[in-house]
Design a protein around this ligand. Structure first.
Ligand SMILES: [Fe+2]
Ligand SMILES: [Fe+2]
Length: 237
């Protein structure tokens, strides 16, 4: 099984992967065995930890892999896209401020501010592409299935094309997040951190978690379901 499939079926396992430094969103296509050997983890330990997470009670209402693709896309827009649009400007402001005030003693903050700038620009363009091109097509595919219609016409050939582009952009955003984590030693605060410094790092950690879950929902749940749905419709038309 791949890591993405495990998290899609049992969302509580995301925590286990995060704890062990395993990327479950962009790296979600890897098998469990490969992740274990890459991170030098003991297979028995990891599977026991995953087993405990899987056995913990889950809320059936949160099993996103059972949601309709158009509903999942709309949910992502209303929660994760809205979060980014509201919080990226704040993060730009906080990281620029701490770079200016503390950049002398902590030069890595200048690099963090730069990475956040690039991330913000890239992500805002990325959200627009999903909301204007890919997600409306997901909605049309779902409508065609429900009402027995034809596979909707596209300007991009098969949906695998825009999905491939979105996955590449996710990889890039994931790499920027990794850089920010490394530069801040996992968001560790120095002894002389002021209030803004604390808020900035807390927000960065929050963004990191939110974005990783957001990418997981797209890469490992929404995109495979959408490709399958398009395939089924094309075969039946
Ligand atoms: Fe998205
Ligand atoms: Fe995305």
């Amino acid at each position: 099984m791949t890591i993405g499939e495990v998290v899609a079926q049992h969302y509580r396992t995301a925590e286990v992967f995060s704890r062990n430094g395993i990327d479950f969103c962009c790296g979600g296509k890897k098998t469990l065995g490969k992740a274990c050997s890459e991170h030098q983890l003991d297979w028995a330990d990891l599977s026991a930890e995953l087993g405990r997470a899987i056995d913990a009670p889950e809320m059936p209402s949160q099993q996103t892999d059972r949601w309709e693709p158009d509903f999942l896309a709309e949910y992502i827009v209303q929660t994760h896209h809205r979060y980014l649009r509201e919080n990226l400007p704040l993060l730009l402001d906080y990281t620029a401020k701490i770079a200016k005030v503390h950049g002398g003693r902590h030069p890595e903050l200048l690099l963090v501010a730069k990475q956040v700038q690039i991330l913000s620009t890239e992500l805002l363009e990325h959200l627009d592409k999903e909301e204007q091109v890919l997600f409306p097509y997901v909605a049309r595919l779902c409508a065609a299935r429900r009402h027995g219609g034809q596979t909707p016409a596209t300007t991009f050939g098969t949906v695998a094309n825009p999905i491939g582009m979105m996955e590449n952009e996710h990889d890039y955003a994931g790499a920027l997040l990794d850089n920010i984590r490394d530069l801040t030693s996992d968001f560790s605060l120095p002894a002389d951190a002021c209030a803004t410094y604390r808020v900035a790092f807390a927000k960065l950690r929050e963004l990191d978690q939110d974005l990783r879950w957001h990418v997981h929902l797209e890469n490992n749940v929404l995109f495979p379901k959408t490709m399958l749905l398009e395939q089924m419709l094309r075969q039946s038309n």
